[in-house]
Write a protein that binds this ligand. Structure first.
Ligand code: RRO
Length: 305
């Protein structure tokens, strides 16, 4: 193992960074570019059974310390997207198929279909904050999270990650439910529910009015969620939310993340952010005499140092 290599739920990653779902992952070509730029794995755009146009524009607004989006799950549907997954696979790093659905049956069937299309693992999107009948509307109930994970695990061969919402009183309860349902890993967090108002127009900026906040503003929330989940479950946690630097990634890893995902910073800095973050993690490890990333996982917890 080189010093940045990690293993997460049976996936071997050359470094602990992954492309987060929703950014630069609409096409196989863009995912390939991110893989070539140094990401250790790629997570696809969240894919459903049928094509969806998404919410009306404006669907993204740039704020002081992040992005507010209400894309509304735009995607071409699994049948058309299968060829994009095949193209992304040429990058030589694991591809994780993100899926969403309106029923447990639909989500489980999509879990099967993305793996059939070539994905190495599945990320169940149980956490989109602004799509009626999908995401967090389903994934806020521990009972639903448990039974969706159970059905998806039964239906597919690949490792199954559950991506959870921070818009809940207890993300630890949701993580425990995912673990009971047999999920192999947890991804935390999806975006935080938010709104921005155009004070000249005197109305919400987003077409959907409400959206999800991502980027540096949400990092402390993400780190807290990963910390709580790490104490609640035994399965690996993948941390996501506001990572721009190697230090940000290390913070998540110290909170308990076995790997991290980067999304908004790929939009703000470009795919070069992956090699930059990896270089900074390497330097931190050298300066602090860590030989492997695994040694850093969870060290911020009492009794772990
Ligand atoms: O497509 C979206 O609007 C979206 C999704 Br699927 C998600 O999981 N999180 C988010 O902030 N936006």
């Amino acid at each position: 193992m080189t010093h940045l290599e990690v293993e997460v739920c049976g996936l071997r990653l050359k470094n602990p960074t992954m492309l987060a779902s929703g950014v630069f992952d609409e096409t196989g070509k863009s995912m390939l570019a991110v893989a070539k730029a140094g990401a250790g794995a790629i997570v696809t755009k969240s894919i459903g059974m049928e094509p969806r146009p998404g919410h009306p524009n404006p669907s993204v607004v740039e704020l002081e310390h992040g992005l507010l989006n209400a894309m509304g799950l735009p995607n071409p549907g699994i049948k058309l997207y299968a060829s994009e997954i095949k193209e992304a696979k040429k990058g030589g790093v694991p591809v994780i198929g993100s899926v969403f659905g309106g029923t447990e049956e639909e989500i489980a069937e999509l879990a099967r279909l993305v793996v059939e299309a070539g994905a190495d693992a599945v990320e169940l999107n149980l956490s989109c904050p602004h799509a009626k009948g999908y995401g967090a509307e389903i994934g806020s109930s521990p009972e639903a999270v448990e039974s969706i994970c159970k059905l998806a695990k039964r239906r597919t061969k690949g490792p199954v990650f559950a991506k959870l919402t921070p818009n809940t009183p207890s993300i630890a309860d949701l993580a425990r439910a995912a673990e009971r349902g047999g999920a192999d890993g947890i991804v935390a967090i999806n975006t935080l529910k938010g709104m921005a108002i155009d004070t000249d127009a005197k109305m919400p900026i987003l077409g959907n009015k409400i959206g999800g906040l991502s980027g540096p503003a949400v990092k402390p929330v993400g780190v807290r969620c990963v910390f709580e989940i790490y104490e609640a479950v035994r399965i690996p946690v993948v941390g996501v939310g506001g990572i721009v630097t190697g230090r940000d990634a290390i913070e998540y890893i110290m909170a308990g993340a076995s790997a991290v995902q980067i999304g908004t910073a790929v939009w703000s800095e470009g795919p070069i952010v992956f090699s930059k973050v990896c270089k900074e993690i390497s330097k931190f490890m050298k300066d602090n005499q860590y030989q492997t990333v695994k040694e850093i996982v969870g060290v911020a917890h009492p009794g772990k140092r």
